[in-house]
Write a protein that binds this ligand. Sequence first.
Ligand SMILES: [Zn+2]
Length: 290
Amino acid sequence: MSKLEQISDHVVVDKETQYKSRSCISGGISLSKYSIAIDSGDSLEVGIDLRNELETYFKVPVKYLFLTHTHNDHRNGREAFKDLTLITSQKCIDNMPKSISFNKWKKELFDQELIVQADNLTLEFHHVGGHSVGSSIAYFPVEKVLFAGDLFITNPVNFGLPFMGFYQNKPKRTGNPEEYLVAFDKFKKMKINVIVPGHGRVILNPQEYLDEQITFYNSLKSFFVKAIGEGKKLEDIELPRLKQIDEAYKDAENRKQRSTTLRFLDNYLNWIKKSFYNYYSGKFDCLDIN
Ligand SMILES: [Zn+2]
């Protein structure tokens, strides 16, 4: 049975595989004569499955693989698509670890944006950064669907909180909250019915969800700007108990493996804390974090 679920006329997603492996949400968009695969999952097996399922579902060949960003849970299935054309941002390619090469691939790379037009269907790709230096999104205006990659992680994965640990490989950098905010602003101006995040549940109330995210980032921004202005060091700062953080702790308290889960959450939140601190204290540009 197909794992693909229809989101709109030309769009499908696989939300199941992420719960069986450490994969991301993958998807596909059909542009009539061919389709585009979005993120290849965390293993070759997942990539092969995705390609087969897309070809069976849409009854047309897959022509492109779009990678939202460089992280391994999105790119590790790439070899299943190596005879196709890769679409991704130039920065995503520049940020690949040395061991990962796309030298032999056909590529359509972009700095800011790329538009693919097929008959009367248009698909847009925009570079946004934020989660990763090369992060970009796919927007399908005719059906108002946004594939946002890991700019968004929703419940039940990672308590619905953003992962800001690995923005850049060399030099190592934490997440860029200001790029997240610029991206959210851009999304607010788009007509969107559905946001497909990198992990978790598909977002069916995009406007409300975006407003919540904007409030979350802005609250943290104000908090850190003030704390840094008062001369506080990273180790003196404790994250404020914003609604999302409070809910995450309540959730963790009720889990079976309570102490392991709480440790995971502390560690996870620490990346958010470091990212905001580094960025707003001006350390972002000269970082080599450990
Ligand atoms: Zn990621």
